[in-house]
Design a protein around this ligand. Structure first.
Ligand code: AMP
Length: 522
């Protein structure tokens, strides 16, 4: 595993990697990204390793950057003493199958002074750590942007541990139109609940024990929230009262904010982030917890013909979740193209059109009926089901800009929670943070048998079993090798093989899993 110190060395490495890829013949990979980047300041612990593992599962090439960024330290902070464990970090990266470590020197990344810097919007830095670390987030945003420009990854991994940093980077990527997917990764804790941090090394054994109160205070807030208290005062008072039990812990701030805008929240209606910072001994520690009032998302993918759409509709009814009919959304775009007389083959015009196509799905008053579909404030529930639309929809859906725009709209609709959705890459790409992911599958033989039965039931011309098996195997191969939205099982999806199961048994298994995982919900 090479250790790369210079920008040109890194570019050369990536260039060689991509030309090696284009030489490879045979089936293309089913991973989501080509290059995944995990930016760190070294002194790697299990929190960092969880990001690296996720990147390893999702990308062909994983780069870990190790750079202790002087720009993000204040004058009286711990830059000179920041923990380092270079040999151990190399061994850990090697063990995790990292392709290269990018460890530039400060001279390499900060060649010019003064440097061009990226200043995040003041709304995102005016609270939480911002006022206590005045230049910190400008330093972080500047170096992260440099790393993203140098590595040009498809996916970059950041921990929820640094929730304010994560929100700022997500905003940076949007505001500067960067072509990278930011992947938020779960906060990893010690068995005691203490959030893993390189700075925990500064703590004595006694201080470690004292510091566990940070997590306990957040757990207390969670209990308060689960008991039905959603307002700022109750939640923050609970945290403060718990922290007061450990006088050696000097609280810097406690706040309740919206996790995306970082604006203070008076009431949690969807999601709230409780965040705090405190000094314990010589260490400044941060911690946070997401409080979620939304119903979880249930996402179902898997190969064609495994029964996804029937199962999804029936589970929506059984669990009282809103069915996100992604197929209807593609139909809506096809309808708009017809309406505005845009040729499907005119891919630029279609790309522009989809940007101006605002789709709403509203539950039908009769829960047995599919949701009502609205495009730019016009109801089109029936209009999108005509044969003209049916004839256009696959050609429209195959266009990458249409997929990209609709994935964004699906994610926007998903923000309210409480939805169920199916689609080829719904777990891996559209809702990677869904509360429950199901990979619904069945053997080729079983799917051929079901298809044969369907043909018979609909009085359509019969096809032999071996012919159908060949078609299905082909379709599986095509679907898993698509450049856009390949079929792939998410690493944390529950696989259900429906061979020999009835629809009722499948629905029963999924609804049971959902209720076990979310006992507080219906
Ligand atoms: P750092 O080395 O502290 O700059 O952290 C590098 C990345 O690891 C950041 O995206 C952090 O949010 C993430 N990280 C640090 N600690 C944890 C943790 N305990 N759990 C999850 N991610 C973490």
């Amino acid at each position: 595993m090479p250790i790369i110190r210079t920008v040109s060395g890194l570019r050369h490495f990536l260039h060689r990697f991509s030309s090696d890829q284009s030489d490879v013949s045979g089936p293309s990979s089913t991973l989501i990204g080509q290059v995944g980047l995990v930016p760190t300041m070294g002194a790697l612990h299990a929190g960092h390793l969880s990001l690296i593992q996720r990147a390893r599962q999702e990308n062909k090439c994983v780069i870990v950057s190790i750079f202790v960024n002087p720009l993000q330290f204040g004058d009286h902070e711990d830059l000179a003493d920041y923990p380092q464990s270079w040999a151990q970090d190399q061994a850990s990266c090697q063990e995790q199958g990292v392709d290269a470590i990018f460890a530039p020197s400060a001279e390499t990344l900060l060649a010019h002074t003064p440097l061009t810097q990226v200043v995040p919007p003041v709304e995102l830095t005016a609270r939480l750590c911002g006022p206590h670390r005045p230049k910190h987030f400008t330093g972080v945003a500047t170096i992260v942007l440099k790393l993203l420009n140098i590595v040009q990854p498809d996916r970059a991994y950041f921990g929820q541990k640094d929730a304010q940093q994560l929100a700022i980077i997500q905003r940076l990527v949007q505001d500067l139109n960067l072509e990278v997917t930011v992947v938020p990764c779960q906060l990893i804790r010690e068995a005691t609940g203490l959030a893993l941090s390189s700075r925990n090394q500064y703590l004595t054994a006694q201080e470690v024990r004292q510091a566990t109160i940070l997590h306990h205070s957040l757990q207390a807030a969670q209990h308060t929230f689960h008991a039905g208290e959603c307002d700022r005062n109750s939640i923050l008072t609970t945290v403060a009262q718990t922290l007061a039990k450990e006088p050696q812990v000097k609280v810097e701030y406690i706040d309740l904010v919206d996790p995306t805008t970082l604006q203070p929240l008076e009431q949690i209606t969807t999601q709230g982030l409780v965040a705090l910072a405190a000094h314990v001994g010589s260490a400044r520690l941060i911690d946070n917890m997401m409080l979620d009032a939304r119903l979880p998302i249930l996402a179902i993918d898997g190969p064609a013909g495994a029964g996804k759409s029937t199962v999804t509709r029936r589970c929506a009814q059984a669990l009282g979740l809103q069915y996100l009919d992604t197929g209807a959304m593609y139909r809506a775009v096809a309808w708009l193209a017809l309406e505005q007389q845009v040729e499907v083959s005119d891919t630029f015009a279609i790309a522009e059109l989809v940007e101006q196509c605002n789709i709403e799905l509203k539950p039908h008053p009769d829960p047995q009926q599919p949701p009502q579909v609205w495009v730019n404030q016009q109801e089109v529930t029936q209009a999108i089901r005509t044969s003209e639309v049916t004839a256009q929809v696959s050609a429209v859906a195959a266009q990458p800009p249409v997929r990209e725009a609709l994935v964004k709209q699906q994610q926007r609709l998903g923000r309210q929670g409480g939805i169920i959705a199916e689609g080829r890459d719904i777990c891996t790409h559209v809702f990677p943070d869904a509360g429950l992911k199901i990979f619904l599958t069945a053997s080729i033989q079983e799917r051929a048998r079901r298809r044969q039965q369907d043909l018979q039931d609909q009085n359509l011309p019969a096809q032999s079993k071996s012919e159908l098996e060949g078609l299905i195997a082909n379709r599986d191969q095509q679907d898993s090798q698509r450049e856009f939205a390949p079929l792939r099982k998410a690493y944390d999806a529950v696989e259900i093989n429906t061979d020999g199961m009835t629809i009722e048994q499948v629905i029963d298994q999924i609804t049971t899993l959902y209720r076990q995982r979310f006992p507080a919900h219906p």
